[in-house]
Design a protein around this ligand. Structure first.
Ligand SMILES: Cc1cc2nc3c(=O)[nH]c(=O)nc-3n(C[C@H](O)[C@H](O)[C@H](O)COP(=O)(O)OP(=O)(O)OC[C@H]3O[C@@H](n4cnc5c(N)ncnc54)[C@H](O)[C@@H]3O)c2cc1C
Length: 368
């Protein structure tokens, strides 16, 4: 999907779309319109990369200009981003890193994961002018309507991204609540937004930033070392237990934050970027019938239906791959599945499931 985009709201497609609306299916319009300009679309949110800059040693910030099909977001939310890599469409979730802007531009900061498909593509290959497909914004870890109390943000690795969006939003309101941000990275060079966060702390007495490095021998001013635990956090601020807490990072980090704060904090919000350890199913195969396409496949138990279907060459719509964004929701008309995050069984005959966190326990019929 590395193509050029005409983001103009009055692009020639808008007139053509109006004329054709009653007679042409959007997918047919997209197919023929893309022969003229690969980025013209009836209804798909697409965005052009208009700037890229190195955010840290292994992360890149991409500034995107979406077309008018993009419906906007709240700070703290995420979106699915798709690109075509080696002939396949690959979709992953990324957080929006700033407040909504008048010019409609949005930004994501992507950390290159070793061996990762989309993060490596976006960090190494994505160029200004490339076009990416976007999904709708999702996620409930957003700022409350009424801002009060004292706040604590806990971020690890790329978990800084939704939190920096909220920090920037609060800074634009002159930091109306006392806020401490504790931000973990392995090495100093992996910290994103460090200079900006220091400048915001210097500009606003109610905002403090604490960098914690887990694999750095030397500590500079404003830095600590060690993994997340209560003693470390208490050494940085003396009222952590009374704060509204927002935590974001890998699953293990978020689990520890939850165990430290979810019981005592006035409010606790968290979002994990990696799934929790999955419940492992016994071996064997099941027959999965795809009602809409009339196919029956033999799939292994014990892995997510999404992974199993992809292994068969299918490409069902998907996004976060951990049960948050709902992109892979699909109807089931018979059979039993297991939720891989919780271990719960779902045997009701007609129900919806998320392919990315469901595995087949019995033969199934899916609305695919
Ligand atoms: C709601 C949400 C918001 C997110 N926001 C951001 C963001 O703002 N910036 C950002 O850089 N990432 C973010 N992520 C993570 C992102 O969606 C991808 O998982 C990540 O970019 C890796 O994708 P990939 O295609 O490169 O790796 P894949 O090809 O999917 O995986 C390659 C290997 O890396 C492992 N892996 C996958 N994701 C991670 C990870 N996050 N950390 C460590 N190992 C991993 C996999 O288990 C696999 O072994 C977010 C995830 C979620 C669920």
């Amino acid at each position: 999907m590395n193509a050029r985009l005409d983001p103009s709201p009055k692009s020639p497609t808008s007139h053509v779309r109006r004329l054709l609306r009653p007679v042409v299916a959007p997918s047919v319009f997209d197919f023929w319109a893309s022969r003229l300009n690969p980025a013209w679309s009836w209804e798909r949110p697409l965005a052009r990369v208009i700037a890229r800059e190195q955010a840290s040693r292994d992360a890149v910030t991409l500034v995107l200009k979406p077309n008018r099909h993009w419906r906007g977001f709240q700070p703290g939310q995420h979106l699915n981003v798709s690109a075509e890599i080696d002939g396949s469409r690959v979709t992953r979730s990324y957080s929006l890193t700033g407040p909504p802007r008048a010019d409609g531009r949005i930004a994501i900061t992507v950390k290159g994961i070793e061996g990762g498909k989309l993060s490596q593509h976006l960090c190494r290959e994505a160029r200004i002018g490339d076009v990416l497909e976007l999904g709708a914004a999702f996620g409930g870890m957003t700022l409350p309507e009424r801002l009060d109390g004292r706040w604590l943000f806990l971020a690890a690795g790329s978990g800084i991204t939704p939190l920096v969006a909220m920090v920037r939003t609060l800074a634009a309101q002159a930091m109306p609540v006392p806020l401490d941000l504790v931000y973990w990275a392995r090495h100093r060079e992996e910290l994103c937004f460090a200079a900006e966060l220091r400048a915001l702390a210097a500009a606003h007495a109610s905002f403090k930033v604490h960098f914690v490095l887990t694999r750095e021998a030397e500590r500079a001013e404003g830095e600590s070392s060690g993994r997340i635990d209560r003693a470390l956090i208490d050494s940085l601020l003396d009222d952590a237990g009374e704060r509204h807490v927002f935590a974001c990072g890998p699953g293990g980090f978020v689990d520890i934050a939850k165990s430290l704060f979810s019981a005592g904090a006035p409010t606790f919000h968290a979002e994990a970027f990696t799934p929790p350890p999955r419940v492992v199913e016994g071996g064997g195969n099941v027959q999965v019938t795809l009602a809409a396409s009339g196919r029956t496949l033999t799939l292994a138990r014990g892995q997510s239906l999404l992974t199993a279907l992809e292994a068969e060459g299918l490409r069902p719509a998907s996004g976060c791959r951990m049960g948050i964004c709902n992109t892979c929701s699909c109807g089931k008309s018979s059979g039993t599945t297991r939720n891989l995050n919780t271990g719960d069984l779902a045997g009701e005959p007609v129900s919806a499931l998320k392919l990315c966190i469901s595995s087949a326990v019995s033969d199934l019929v899916l609305d695919l």
